[in-house]
Design a protein around this ligand. Structure first.
Ligand code: CDP
Length: 227
């Protein structure tokens, strides 16, 4: 059986931290699809391509070579991960991510990656679109205030000069754009398990998810033995 774990949810719900730990614990690959949309945004901004220039953006996307190595996105041979969490990228990414032609290209790439390896993949449309048949689907949420506080702490740790109120506003705006776009909006897959992580620490969330996965795998294994 292929081990495929899909994690969706709004900004700052803890998806990437949790996905990294699950990847390590289950010895599978972590694919952070948000970083792929962020990478397109970074390159588009560097080359002054606005989100209305669809043809140019398609050409740009097709020219980029993306793969993951040790949880990090390598873009045309370069590790650009440190630039991806910059506030300029966060404030523009939802506009570029709402373009259907870009989504088609990245979804194809994400499916190819998942077809080669056992993966945990996080994003907005993983359980609903990219990996509809994933063995495990989770939808992580938390209050906007708690998500903004987590993002604030994360950016502070990276040495950035950030403001809590601005981050909260930005997170609420991005959730609105991601949930209301026409193509592949952020929503919980019907068969996903929802976990409200408000007030829970990372270990508590990881334990909840891991014990659900382990129990299900055990049941499948016991079913196989009893047949
Ligand atoms: O880390 P954070 O939750 O802030 O966001 P992210 O996972 O890095 O995703 C950045 C943005 O990319 C999201 O706000 C979405 O606009 C877009 N995205 C998407 O549309 N589909 C995905 N599968 C992943 C990200």
């Amino acid at each position: 059986m292929k081990l495929t774990i899909a994690i969706d949810g709004p900004a700052g719900a803890g998806k990437s931290t949790i996905a990294k730990i699950l990847a390590k614990n289950f010895n599978i690959m972590y694919i952070n699809t948000g970083s792929m949309y962020r990478a397109i945004t970074l390159k588009a901004l560097e080359q002054n391509i606005p989100s209305g220039e669809i043809e140019e953006l398609c050409r740009l996307t097709d020219s980029l070579d993306m793969y993951f190595q040790n949880d990090r996105l390598i873009l045309n041979g370069e590790d650009i991960n440190d630039k991806l969490s910059l506030p300029e990228i966060s404030s523009k990414v939802s506009h570029y991510a709402s373009i259907p032609e870009i989504r088609v290209r990245l979804v194809k790439l994400q499916r190819e990656m998942a077809s080669k390896f056992d993966v945990v993949m996080d994003g907005r449309d993983i359980g609903t679109v990219v990996l509809k048949d994933a063995a495990f689907k989770f939808f992580l949420t938390a209050s906007p205030e708690e998500r903004a506080q987590r993002r604030f702490d994360e950016l502070k740790r990276k040495g950035l000069d950030v403001n809590y109120e601005e981050i909260l506003k930005e997170i609420i705006r991005r959730d609105f754009l991601d949930s209301n776009r026409e193509v592949d909006p952020l929503r919980k897959a019907e068969d996903a398990i929802e976990i409200d992580t408000t007030g829970l620490n990372i270990n508590e969330v990881v334990n909840k998810m891991s014990s659900y996965i382990n129990k299900t795998l055990e049941n499948i294994f016991m079913g196989d033995i009893n047949e």
